[in-house]
Ligand binder design. Structure first.
Ligand SMILES: *[C@@H]1O[C@H](CO)[C@@H](O)[C@H](O)[C@H]1NC(C)=O
Length: 666
């Protein structure tokens, strides 16, 4: 409804008509895949800035400068080329590609990037004098009478002294109202930029419909000033907050790369609540420049500790979209965040997939309360919604953990989230416990984030061992995918045991890189089962995805095998369920797939910490088995249910945290 759509349903523009036409002819043409070329180029030139400038002027370009942190990459602009064209540009300026020093050049195309909000269809004792504080239910959820039952323990983290001091967060969006009374105190100009206008001022563009309110709303969730008698309280209310204005204009690969690589020695956390269309038929992800920006950020950002990229998992629930088709949320470099309503029910916009790491609160049904935050024109809103609201909340919580321990690497943060998030009362029919004892779901990842548990872990955290990457190439035999049947491919992995630099014993992320041809992509479902028996759904059927393009080296990622062992039989299953919408009968083919195992060769945690996370169930009376297994309260005896890497034993007594506990191994 109210999302910003940049091509098909957005306002005006020459490409728009073409897109509509393409839509009408959707059954013949891949819907709305018209490329729109801009008059901006990304160019790789060796030899430094003077050389780049010389070449630029020789061919009539203006060199706008280096692209973010990408060495030898420059942003060239050609004013005599039309701004948006369906044809790539030709003319004397295009001879630049013959120039020997020009190693690579790419005319930037407009990418469709959609903001992840939508327009709808307590009794807490006052800590703060901000008028909206009492109604900020997700900050003090356990002590109110509403549906909200599991707390993200934000107040608990504050009470331990962490409020985001010295942590810098930026919001990649449509700008930030830097003079908002709840933002100006924490506003950080060094964490801000206007990529759309190519200047330093990220102020949003104002119009009658307040179209560009999104970034300002996200910013307030992270770092609105507390106790200033104005409006709301941010989760990390002493953090520094900036904004990058990059969605209010053509989004290109270069625009994304510049945004993702802004000031990586100063900014710690980048929060993005946008992505490719969540229309249930798009498969799209970062292109070459944005990929490099992610990799540079991870390798060199925060002086080598790695930039933290937080991403909204997507709002395509109603279009039955699956977030594995979004290469941003699906990346190992982003922390992909899902949403739950205060009742713990699945929100209608939620997208399922195996790459989601964790969840924070957001809106749900129309009667559920929404998120309160800063709004455009120095106002406040109590109706911020969607996964858009969840990613900045996670960014705020991570800021608290980074204050507790500024030396956490990008992977430490993911480990801490896995270990501390909780299933709580979050409602899903697919919760399962992996072989390392972590409960995980395709709706919610490892569950609701817990700020207090995170700062406690952060305080005592030891950096995890170096990341190893093991690429297991399975055999290249082409397999036919027959309708109404399952193609099964089993691969015996060693975890690259013959190569000490790549050897993975303990898993973190697992990626399946796959090439499939298929007459109707939306009819495919893909599953991966780990050697320990954890089954991840890598792709679900998508009703609207009529594409005949299949998948070309697409990377599906799962977090569900976290801390399991890498070696053993991995099973890939591809199910083809032909829908009536299928026009072509040629069967699909699995052309090739490989398994990319990420993890460590050394156990990442000290033995005490390494004890599998278990669900604690009071012996009697029987309570909700998903009940919180606390951070401090380890008193009492519990029956613990856990699955230990295939071993089946009966009851036994063990020492855990100094307490005698009965374990039932199932
Ligand atoms: C907020 O300010 C009020 C005074 O307006 C003060 O009484 C209260 O203690 C402050 N709260 C915090 C958490 O600092």
């Amino acid at each position: 409804m109210g999302w910003k759509r940049r091509c098909c349903w957005g306002g005006g523009g020459g490409g728009d008509l073409l897109c509509r036409l393409t839509l009408v002819l959707g059954f013949l043409l891949p819907a709305c895949r018209t490329r729109l070329y801009t008059n901006h180029w990304a160019v790789r030139i060796a030899g430094g800035l003077p050389e780049a400038n010389r070449i630029a002027s020789k061919y009539g370009y203006v060199n706008i400068g280096q692209i973010g942190t990408l060495k030898d990459y420059y942003h060239f602009y050609h004013s005599k080329t039309i701004k948006r064209s369906v044809l790539s540009s030709r003319g004397t300026h295009s001879f630049i590609s013959m120039e020997p020093k020009v190693e690579w050049i790419q005319q930037q195309v407009v990418k469709r990037r959609i903001k992840r909000d939508y327009k709808p269809g307590g009794t807490q004792s006052t800590y703060f004098n901000d008028p909206k504080w009492p109604s900020m239910w997700y900050m003090h959820c356990s002590d109110n009478t509403h549906h909200c039952q599991s707390d993200m323990n934000i107040v608990g983290a504050w009470k331990r002294g962490y409020t985001g001091k010295n942590v810098v967060v930026t919001i990649l969006d449509d700008g930030i109202e830097r003079n908002h009374p709840d933002l100006m105190q924490n506003y950080d100009s060094q964490a801000s930029f206007d990529v759309n206008g190519n200047d330093f001022d990220p102020m949003p563009r104002y119009d009658a419909s307040n179209e560009n309110k999104h970034g300002t709303r996200c910013a307030g969730e992270v770092a609105a000033t507390a106790n200033n008698s104005h409006c709301t309280v941010g989760i990390a209310f002493n953090a520094k907050i900036g904004g990058v204005r990059m969605l209010d204009g053509d989004v290109t690969d270069m625009v994304e790369a510049k945004s993702l690589s802004l000031n990586p020695q100063h900014i710690h956390i980048y929060s993005a609540s946008w992505g490719p269309d969540d229309d249930g038929k798009t498969v799209d992800g970062p292109a070459s420049l944005a990929r490099q920006a992610f990799e540079n950020g991870i390798r060199m950002g925060r002086r080598g500790l790695g930039s933290v990229f937080v991403w909204a998992s997507g709002n395509g629930g109603r279009s039955r979209d699956h977030c594995s088709c979004d290469g941003y949320t699906n990346s190992i470099y982003t922390i992909s965040i899902s949403s739950t309503a205060e009742s713990g029910k699945k929100p209608w916009y939620l997208e399922e997939c195996a790459s989601t790491l964790a969840t924070t609160y957001s809106s749900g049904e129309s009667y559920d309360r929404k998120i309160i935050t800063t709004d455009l024109r120095q106002r406040c809103t109590d109706s911020h919604t969607g996964t858009s609201a969840s990613a900045p909340m996670a960014a705020g919580i991570i800021a608290l953990a980074l204050e507790a321990n500024p030396f956490l690497t990008w992977r430490d943060i993911q480990h801490i989230i896995v270990r501390t998030s909780r299933a709580g009362h979050l409602n899903a029919n697919d919760w399962k416990t992996n072989a390392a004892g972590y409960k995980v779901s395709h709706l919610y990842g490892f569950g609701l984030m817990d700020a207090e548990a995170m700062v406690i872990e952060a305080e005592k955290w030891t950096t995890v061992p170096p990341q190893h990457v093991c690429v297991e190439n399975t055999d290249r035999q082409i397999k036919t995918i027959r309708p109404d049947s399952i193609v099964r491919s089993i691969y015996k992995a060693t975890g690259c045991s013959d190569n000490p630099n790549h050897h993975v014993i303990y898993l973190e992320h697992v990626v399946v890189r796959i090439t499939i041809t298929h007459p109707r992509r939306g009819d495919l479902a893909i599953y991966l089962t780990s050697p320990s028996g954890t089954r991840s759904q890598l792709l679900a059927n998508r009703l609207f995805d009529h594409s005949m393009e299949g998948f070309k080296n697409w990377e599906f990622m799962t977090t569900h095998c976290w801390s399991e062992k890498a070696a053993g039989d991995w099973i890939l299953e591809i199910c083809d369920t032909p829908s009536q919408l299928r026009n072509f009968k040629t069967p699909g083919k699995l052309k090739e797939w490989s398994l990319v195992l990420y993890g460590t060769s050394i156990q990442p945690y000290s033995p005490r910490n390494d004890f599998p996370k278990v669900e604690r169930v009071r012996s009697s009376p029987v309570e909700d088995p998903t009940e919180d297994y606390g951070t401090d309260d380890y008193s009492g005896s519990y029956i613990q249910y856990l699955k230990l890497e295939g071993t089946r034993k009966d009851h036994r007594i063990i020492e855990w945290l100094g307490l005698e506990e009965t374990l039932k191994i199932i």
